[in-house]
Design a protein around this ligand. Structure first.
Ligand SMILES: [Zn+2]
Ligand SMILES: [Zn+2]
Length: 211
């Protein structure tokens, strides 16, 4: 799996361009993202945009990137239900209305998404930060795209937004513990490949309130 990590602003979410045709999250800086995508692929070769969850900082550029490229937009069915909700998408916190995204594909846990090179992403439903938050696992490279569920260093996603639940987040992180993960591609911060399993165990302790 070839992954290009894209981040164009301090408070913006990470985007990941996979195998030059699949984008995980879009962030908010459409022009900056476009510039980075075009360094790596023809925009028309982009086939799919997968949103790890409905928050504005991960989705704001999705509509324009989708229109420019023709890429389809995929999101978990539980977050699709809130895409037009200014509060659950946290758009109001950024001073905007929710972007009017119409998803083409509704995901659920266990779905397999082909990404080329005979590789696929497995959808893991990880509610807690949002109702339809997902992580995406690629088994050959043992990579996890964790959205805002877990971050490097044992950090965890916030659960105090509308639609959040700390007990659900703990349950979701418990699912991640069972997976062999070598590379962590988080929704914010740097990519990490140092004892990722231990980092996620710390995240689980953090979510249970044991530090
Ligand atoms: Zn975020
Ligand atoms: Zn978020």
């Amino acid at each position: 799996m070839q992954v290009k990590h894209i981040n164009t602003g301090l408070y913006d979410a990470n985007s990941y361009l996979i195998n030059r045709k699949v984008l995980v999250d879009t962030g908010m800086n459409t022009d900056g993202l476009l510039k980075e995508i075009e360094k790596n692929t023809d925009i028309g070769d982009l086939e799919l945009i997968i949103l790890t969850h409905c928050h504005y900082d991960h989705t704001a550029s999705a509509l324009r990137i989708s229109k420019l490229s023709g890429a389809k937009i995929a999101i978990h069915v539980n977050d699709a239900a809130y895409l037009k909700n200014d509060n659950v998408t946290a758009s109001s916190l950024f001073g905007y209305s929710a972007p009017l995204i119409e998803p083409d594909m509704l995901l659920k846990g266990g779905d397999m998404i082909p990404i080329g090179n005979n590789e696929e992403l497995i959808v893991i439903h990880t509610p807690g930060h949002t109702p339809g938050g997902i992580c995406l696992y690629e088994a050959v490279s043992k990579s996890l795209f964790s959205g805002d569920t877990v971050f490097p260093g044992g950090s965890i996603g916030r659960t105090d937004f509308e639609g959040g639940s700390s007990s659900q987040l703990t349950e979701s992180i418990s699912k991640l513990i069972e997976i062999d993960i070598i590379v962590l591609y988080p929704g914010h911060g740097e990519v990490s490949c140092k004892s990722v399993d231990q980092q996620i165990e710390r995240s689980l302790r953090m979510s249970r309130g044991l530090f």
